[in-house]
Design a binder for this molecule. Structure first.
Ligand code: DAK
Length: 255
């Protein structure tokens, strides 16, 4: 299988597993990824980690060999399939962490951009090289990259196809951390930072912050008022505040 879904401790682990093609995103791999994300959404993991098999690549992008010679409507359907699949990460009940363990180009970087967090190994290289193929990104890159690193940096990456290394990616906010050592262990260590908190409250926090980028400030503040009020209604909020007052560690139950 080009997608492996396994478990590591309390986390789900999705491995893109086509190392002979640097884990390039064939359409069948994208469909398998969609099914794996549905399975994660229905399960009880406390977070999702996504990485690439092998030591060279997270994912070298869309499968270029598959993209040629298709007419307009199938191409459009392909873009929509990729976008809809990656958008599942926005609605996943748990946070996701892309561990970029090598090349992340084109659709591979777009997959990482759709995750809640990104960490990169020191050898990682990232870019949107579509322009070099006479293309532009089609799986969300033109929309998510400017939101993350700002318009000027995003336009430079999209219009020159320039690759950034892990250090630069960290400096411009494209990745949260640069890490050494085993990529999966590093992903787990990062995910431990949120794993003990309430899953529904984490989802509300993520939704409030990501919606902020889609709407004007006045609307965004309204979204925050609504979602923070909703957080107060959870049993976990009652438990968190009671634990503080009792000077004990809270025991969240995802309720
Ligand atoms: N697709 C297919 N095969 C790939 C691949 C890719 N993206 N990237 C690498 N491979 C394959 C190579 O062909 C090679 O296979 P064999 O020749 O051994 O059979 C094998 O993986 C190893 O690759 P290399 O020999 O090239 O390895 P190197 O270490 O020398 O170079 C590299 C690594 C990552 C620098 C290089 O492989 C490379 O430049 N890869 C391509 C990167 C890229 O351009 N990615 C695609 C970006 S475009 C859409 C609209 C837009 C898009 C999609 C859909 N619709 C409207 C539907 C945009 C898509 C993109 O992602």
């Amino acid at each position: 299988m080009a997608i492996e879904l396994t478990r590591v401790d309390e986390f789900a682990l999705i491995t893109l597993n086509r190392p002979e093609a640097l884990n390039a995103l064939s359409f069948s791999l994208i469909r398998d990824l969609g099914r794996a994300l549905d399975e994660v959404a229905a399960g009880e993991a406390r977070g999702l980690i996504i990485t690439g098999a092998g030591v060279k690549a997270f994912c070298a992008g869309a499968d270029i060999k598959e993209l040629t010679g298709r007419s307009m409507m199938p191409q459009r359907a392909g873009a929509e399939l990729g976008q809809a699949t990656f958008a599942k990460l926005d609605r996943l009940p748990v946070p996701s962490v892309a561990v970029i363990n090598g090349y992340a180009f084109g659709g591979g970087l777009e997959l990482a951009l759709a995750c809640t967090f990104r960490i990169a190994t020191r050898n990682a290289k990232m870019g949107l090289p579509e322009i070099k193929l006479g293309l532009i990104p089609g799986y969300g890159g033109t929309q998510r990259l400017p939101r993350l690193v700002g318009e000027a940096r995003a336009l430079e990456m999209i219009m020159t196809g320039r690759t950034v290394d892990a250090e630069e990616a960290h400096r411009i906010g494209l990745v949260n951390r640069m890490v050494d050592g085993d990529p999966v262990a590093q992903g787990v260590a990062f995910a431990r930072g949120f794993a003990e908190y309430s899953r529904p409250v984490l989802a509300l926090a993520r939704d409030a912050a990501t919606r902020a980028l889609d709407v004007p400030l006045t609307e965004g503040l309204k979204v925050e008022a609504d979602l923070s009020t909703l957080a107060f209604q959870t049993k976990d909020a009652a438990e968190g505040m009671a634990a503080f007052i009792d000077k004990r560690k809270p025991k969240f139950r995802d309720e």
